[in-house]
Structures are given as structure tokens and as C-alpha cells.
Design a protein around this ligand. Structure first.
Ligand code: ACO
Length: 336
């Protein structure tokens, strides 16, 4: 049975560490408020001209090297981001140029916090159908250039950080589905009814005359807006649903899973899910304290951090679930 499996992981965050105290100098917030509500202690921000594809490149180079393959053996690039280098073309094309592997398909995924799970699902289809053997999948974000660093933007700004995570997904002939490493399932969902509960309205053709003009800028439509309570309410419902769906499809119980690497939007969301499923604390790998919410990058960053911390080892059964803007949500179950 031809399937895909994670061959390697890589990650990169820029060097500038921004603590909650640092943010409190820019806006009316406090370390106590941020920690209590979200679990976040710090995040990393780029300085100067670094772009999303620069971060993606560093994470990708590590993942490719650790996969033990040449760059030329990558047959497809999928990059998930909500903070692209430019409006168009897609950031995957800029990454491709920097990697120096022209000719292969390069695809951007715009599913925000669920972007990495959507990307895994897409690559898996190409691999299990025998079209490609190795796909590079990247989640990368530079939030810091798109956050309103003032009192008006504080509810969103404190939540996000910059970073990139990458995996190489490769083809594998599965002989023993109970033991071999492979991607068992992905489940994807979206409900555009809630598209405007967490969004950045401009630039875009959904605005009046110009995609971004003086009026849009004056109204601050180029800054992200979030109805935090609605997002929270849906996240604690949809992530467990998607996780359950994945477990059920594979006839697994939460106790069968060795490690849960969830999206990192809020420590309270992940704690609630763990409680609901009776998952012991040591089986949930959280990174939000260190990196905040890096949107499409949280899951691959979590995987790479878990490998380096010795918490994620070959042969372990892993479950990921995510929820984010769109609304979009989904899950993936894989033997690492
Ligand atoms: N610092 C200090 N005070 C703040 C801040 C801040 N940064 N932000 C808001 N407040 C104030 C509010 O103004 C409000 O004041 P008021 O009571 O005087 O009106 C008070 O704090 C409480 O605000 P709430 O919105 O009720 O806080 P809540 O407990 O809901 O927590 C939070 C807010 C952390 C944003 C929470 O709602 C949450 O985590 N939501 C989900 C976020 C998420 O999952 N995003 C999706 C992923 S992102 C993606 O897909 C791109």
C-alpha cells in the first residue's frame, strides 16, 4: 500500500525575542493579562527586510538535509501562510526561487491556522496516487509586520509571533499498518459563514473602489480583526470534533495516541481539549509559551521542537488538530 510519511522536520524563528513586558511598552497590556488568558510568555519577531519566504527557506533547508535527500529530489512545494511576501504571486514561488528548484509545482495554501493540515492532506493525495515521491510542506508566517502595535490592536497583536516549520513528506510502501510510519488520515472542514469573525479586510476586491485606498487605510481595514470570544467558542467545539473524527476513522482511542501536537492559539483551548479527552499533560506538546501563535507554522514547529526535546520519536502515533480563520478546522493522525 503506497502512502506518505514524514521523513524529517525543520524550523526557524528569527532572533529577536519580544516578551510580554516589551509589548506592554507599546500598548496598554500586561504580562499578567497575556499569560493568564493565553499562556503566552514571549514571541519572536523579524527585524529589517526578512520575508516569509526567507523564514520558510531556513526551515526547509533543515528539513531537506535531515531527510537525507537532495533538493532536486523534491517534486512539489506546498507553503501555507496568511502573511505572504507579496499579494501575488504565491510565496511558494519565492521559496522555490530561493531553493533553486525550478519547474516543479509550487502551491500556496490560504487556510490560516489549519493551513498545515490542509497542506499535508493535499501532498498526501499526490503521493499515495503515485504522482510525486517527495513533497516539501511548509508553514511560515511573519505576523509582526501586519499587527497594529497600539491599544486598538492589542487584543490581536499580543497573540501572534513569527516563525516557520517544514516537513518533507515522502512515499513509503506500507507493509504493516500497525507498525509502519505513515499518514493514516486527514479530515478537513471549513465554514465561511464565519469568515468575518477573524480576518484582514484589505487589500482586497471586497472593498469599495480600491483594493486598498485612503479610506481603507483610514478605517484600519489593513489590520487583522478578531471576535475573540466567538473564535474561542468555536475552537473548543471544532478541534475536538475533528480529533474524534480522525480517531474514529482509524478505530483508535485517545489512549492509543503517543503525542498530541495541536495548533497553538491559546493554552486554555488545548488544556480544555486535553481535559475533555482525558489526555495526560505529558502527552500534549505545547509551544505557545515560547513562540505565541505562528498560525500555519505552529504544528511543524511543534513537531520539530518535540523531536529535538526527545519527546517525539520514530514509531510514535501522533494526532494533530487545528482551528482558525475561515473558519477552518481539521485533524491529522500519523505514525511518525
Ligand atoms: N491586554 C489587556 N487587556 C486586553 C487585551 C490585552 N492584550 N486584549 C483585550 N483586553 C481587554 C478587553 O478589552 C476586555 O476589557 P473589558 O472587559 O474592559 O471590555 C478584557 O480584556 C477581556 O477581554 P475578552 O475579549 O473578554 O478576553 P477573553 O477572555 O475572551 O480572551 C482571547 C481574549 C485571549 C483573545 C480569547 O478570546 C481567545 O483566545 N480567542 C481565540 C483566539 C484564537 O483562537 N484565534 C484563532 C487562531 S488565529 C488564526 O486563525 C489566524
Amino acid at each position: 500500500m503506497l502512502r506518505s510519511r514524514i521523513l524529517s522536520t525543520g524550523m526557524y524563528v528569527p532572533p529577536l525575542r519580544v516578551t510580554n513586558h516589551d509589548l506592554s511598552k507599546l500598548m496598554d497590556t500586561s504580562d499578567e493579562w497575556i499569560r493568564q488568558r493565553t499562556g503566552i510568555e514571549q514571541r519572536f519577531w523579524v527585524e529589517g527586510n526578512e520575508s516569509t519566504s526567507d523564514l520558510a527557506l531556513k526551515a526547509s533547508e533543515l528539513a531537506i538535509e535531515r531527510a537525507g535527500i537532495q533538493k532536486s529530489e523534491i517534486e512539489m512545494i506546498i507553503l501555507a501562510t496568511l502573511s505572504p511576501d507579496h499579494e501575488f504571486p504565491g510565496t511558494a514561488c519565492f521559496l522555490q526561487k530561493k531553493l533553486g528548484i525550478p519547474g516543479i509545482p509550487a502551491l500556496d495554501v490560504r487556510q490560516q491556522c489549519t493551513g498545515f493540515i490542509y497542506s499535508m492532506a493535499i501532498a498526501d493525495q499526490f503521493i499515495r496516487n503515485g504522482v510525486y515521491r517527495n513533497a516539501l510542506i511548509v508553514g511560515a508566517e511573519i505576523h509582526s509586520k501586519g499587527l497594529e502595535k497600539s491599544d486598538r490592536g492589542r487584543d490581536v497583536t499580543v497573540l501572534f509571533g513569527d516563525g516557520a516549520g517544514a516537513v518533507v513528506l515522502g512515499a513509503v510502501e506500507v507493509k504493516d499498518p500497525k507498525k509502519d510510519s505513515f499518514l493514516l488520515s486527514t479530515h478537513l472542514h471549513a465554514d465561511g459563514t464565519f469568515a468575518e469573525e477573524l480576518w484582514t479586510p484589505a487589500p482586497g476586491t471586497g472593498n469599495s473602489k480600491d483594493r486598498v485606498g485612503a479610506s481603507e487605510l483610514e478605517q484600519g481595514l489593513h489590520w487583522p480583526r478578531m471576535n475573540g470570544k466567538t473564535v474561542f467558542m468555536h475552537a473548543v467545539k471544532r478541534m475536538p470534533e475533528a480529533l474524534n473524527e480522525g480517531l474514529k476513522a482509524n478505530k483508535l482511542s485517545p489512549a492509543d495516541i503517543d503525542l498530541f501536537v495541536f495548533h497553538q492559539a491559546n493554552l486554555r483551548i488545548n488544556d480544555m481539549i486535553a481535559k475533555q479527552f482525558g489526555i495526560p499533560e505529558e502527552k500534549v506538546f505545547n509551544t505557545i509559551q515560547k513562540f505565541a501563535n505562528t498560525t500555519a507554522a505552529t504544528i511543524p514547529i511543534g513537531l520539530d521542537e518535540a523531536v529535538r526535546a526527545g519527546k517525539l520519536k520514530k514509531g510514535m502515533l501522533v494526532a494533530s488538530a487545528a482551528f482558525g480563520s475561515g473558519f477552518t478546522w481539521g485533524s491529522a493522525i500519523y505514525r511518525f
